[in-house]
Write a protein that binds this ligand. Structure first.
Ligand code: MSP
Length: 634
């Protein structure tokens, strides 16, 4: 029976369209899955979408759609992109699938019956954008999310808890015993330090909204839905039939869970603890990659600098994009996307090194031997070069197991350099002049064999390019040729070369204009803001304590508003033309309380009072009934 490999991507939230970060994770995972298939492993590659939770519910509401309707729409966009990118997934899971729901309920029930779940009350802060609970001490300035910086909401509700604290020692033991269970090392150390600080039990249900999976029926408690991270993590086993049809369950445990660094904690702490509670084996590797920025800046919709992977692939070529993503950054570190860096890689590594090599081989074999490629005399003249290359290539494999795809490609490219240099150094044209035809052909065959070996190994990253090269050199690119040329270090049989068009035409200038379609797409959405964005503003009811005119200004009043803090806020408001300062005392207004302080005409202003303006002028907005000062407006 062949060995099995199970590779997963995170399941993507359906609150937004796919961007380069999603494409990066998926392309690494796809390359890894293709690598295992090349080695003859029976491989299962999973991706999909994460569709429940408050964030999705709010994103849908902001667009006037039902959560399911919106999830269907965005999930289809992810699937279509992966299909167009020829991502070789075996299964695309959606957390709204019936089988997943059953799997998640089964997991809850099993953990409950194993004594790891109890009912209590949760009181604390929640970041909807990260779908994460935070304690007071974790927050920035008492209310902002330490991960994304957005404002959190205070939650107080009945909740079921998972006894995460009971797993602290078991987790630490696992990290200690299994060296590469979490990769890379630096990230693993961060996880260990976090766990050592102490784990609290985890709230795993929510009772204040209902866009989620219901608790298993045996509990008879319909108030709660599963916490979206429990729901999401279970996808890795429900996709294999956990709780339903377990015929694919033999793929478990996962060989690699690929994740971004922002979601490593969920994967390396919660997930293994859940699995321990379920008495299931733990994943072999959880590997966290870094983040992509654009021209050195964080990508965000509001900046309009989000890289649209579809556009990059259309303009620069999908395989070139894949090569760039996997070659440009060391795994685990952040990377920067710029058209310049991409063009440099295409022109230099791909065009000069790889494309030229193929052209030279085609040209020489046509000229010297009517396109026939005879490898039999390579070892007679150039064994040393073949041996050096074979040694490099067998060493390269260890890098892909560590997900160091940049080093893996670097090693393979060393072999292409040897091939190019051997042509320059051994000068087949001189051998021809000297009448040494066998030796001249051996040089061509030497470089062609090096190219063939290199192509087999980069085929998981650039499958189409490798296929084109294999076709041109006249061999089948499959597990058999991997075993023959890489494992057994043999050479190609005699083949006939088929000329092919240059693979990497030179790119002279940046091909994506500004504004790019990616930006236009973001702009189109920009008129609509997401619910989370709105909830970033903290608007509160306040009572005006006093107001006074600012002498030198026709527009401004200095207003003191009580919003339930220690002292009233001083806010400058441009309402002088419409209100007499003396009449304002006692009036209730709406205050944007989390604005950055500003200096206006030499006075500090701490917030903004909301007004409405039409052709008749400005009016203050006031609550319909008297409300407690500090009441939140939403
Ligand atoms: N739904 C959760 C994952 C649940 S897995 C059981 C989630 N989804 S996500 O859509 O927000 O993010 C998915 C992945 O995209 C994460 O691994 C994240 O790190 C990655 N990226 C999001 N933005 C990114 C960049 N700018 N750069 C690189 N990857 C980034 O989290």
């Amino acid at each position: 029976m062949s060995k099995k490999a199970y590779i997963t991507t995170p399941i993507y939230y359906v609150n937004d369209i796919p961007h380069i970060g999603h494409a990066y994770t998926t392309i690494i995972a796809d390359s890894l899955a293709r690598f295992y298939r090349l080695k003859g492993y029976d491989t299962f590659f999973l991706t999909g979408t994460d569709e429940h939770g408050q964030k999705i519910e709010q994103a849908a509401a902001a667009r006037g759609k039902s959560a399911k309707e919106y999830a269907d729409e965005v999930s289809a966009k992810f699937k279509a992109l992966w299909d167009d990118f020829e991502i070789s997934y075996d299964y695309f899971i959606r957390t709204t699938d019936e089988n997943h729901k059953l799997g998640a309920q089964k997991a809850f029930e099993t953990m409950f019956k194993n004594g790891d779940i109890y009912k209590g009350e949760y009181e604390g802060h929640y970041c909807v954008s990260c779908e994460t609970f935070f304690t007071d001490s974790q927050l920035i300035n008492n209310e902002y999310c330490p991960d994304c910086g957005k404002i959190t909401t205070l939650v107080k509700e009945e909740s079921y808890f998972f006894r995460l604290s009971a797993y602290q020692d078991k987790l630490l033991k696992w990290y200690e015993e299994v060296d590469d269970c979490v990769m890379p090392k630096a990230k693993k150390n961060e996880v260990i330090n976090f766990v050592k600080q102490g784990l609290r039990d985890l709230s795993i249900t929510r009772a204040s909204f209902d866009w989620g999976i219901k608790l298993p029926p045996f509990l008879g408690d319909s108030k709660h839905v599963l916490y979206v991270w429990l729901d999401a993590l279970v996808n890795y086993i429900s996709a294999l039939g956990y709780g339903t049809d377990e015929k694919n369950f033999s793929y478990w445990p996962a060989s690699f869970h690929l994740v971004g660094k922002d979601i490593l904690r969920f994967h390396s702490i919660y997930w293994p603890a859940f699995l321990m509670s379920l008495n299931l084996p733990l994943p072999k590797h959880i590997a966290a990659h870094g983040w992509w920025t654009r021209n050195g800046e964080k990508m965000s919709k509001s900046k309009g600098n989000v890289v649209n992977p579809r556009e990059v692939a259309e303009v620069y070529g999908l395989e070139n994009f894949r090569y760039f993503l996997l070659r440009e950054v060391p795994f685990g570190q952040d990377g920067d996307f710029s058209q310049k860096a991409l063009i440099d890689r295409i022109n230099s590594d791909l065009g000069n090194e790889l494309g030229n090599l193929l052209n030279r081989i085609i040209g020489m074999s046509g000229k010297y031997n009517n396109y026939e490629l005879i490898s039999s005399s390579v070892l007679k003249f150039y064994k040393k070069d073949i041996d050096t290359a074979d040694a490099i290539l067998s060493n390269a494999e260890s890098f892909i197991h560590e997900l160091q795809t940049n080093k893996y490609l670097e090693e393979i490219w060393k072999v292409l350099t040897i091939a190019n240099q051997s042509i320059t150094l051994y000068e087949p044209w001189t051998k021809i002049k000297e009448g040494k035809l066998e030796e001249a052909n051996a040089i061509v065959a030497l470089s062609a064999n090096l190219l063939a070996k290199a192509s087999i190994l980069f085929s998981p990253i650039m499958p189409k390019t490798a296929q084109t090269i294999a076709k041109s050199l006249g061999f089948e690119l499959d597990t058999k040729s991997y075993e023959k040329l890489i494992i057994n270090k043999e050479l190609l049989d005699t083949t006939v070369i088929t000329p092919t068009a240059p693979l990497f035409p030179r790119i002279e200038k940046e091909l994506m204009n500004t504004p790019e379609p990616a930006i236009k797409e973001a702009k189109k959405d920009e008129q609509l803001i997401s619910a989370d964005k709105f909830f970033n503003s903290k608007i509160q009811v306040g009572t005006i304590i006093k107001a006074e005119p600012i002498e030198k200004s026709d527009r401004l009043l200095k207003v003191f508003v009580d919003i339930g803090e220690e002292k009233p806020r001083q806010i400058l408001s441009a309402i002088k033309a419409y209100y007499d300062a003396k009449t304002l005392e006692g009036m209730q207004v709406c205050v944007v309380a989390n604005l950055k302080p500003a200096k206006i005409m030499g006075f500090d202003s701490y917030g903004m009072i909301l007004t409405a303006e039409d052709k008749n002028g400005i009016t203050l907005i006031t609550p319909q009934n008297l409300k407690d000062v500090g009441s939140i407006i939403k």
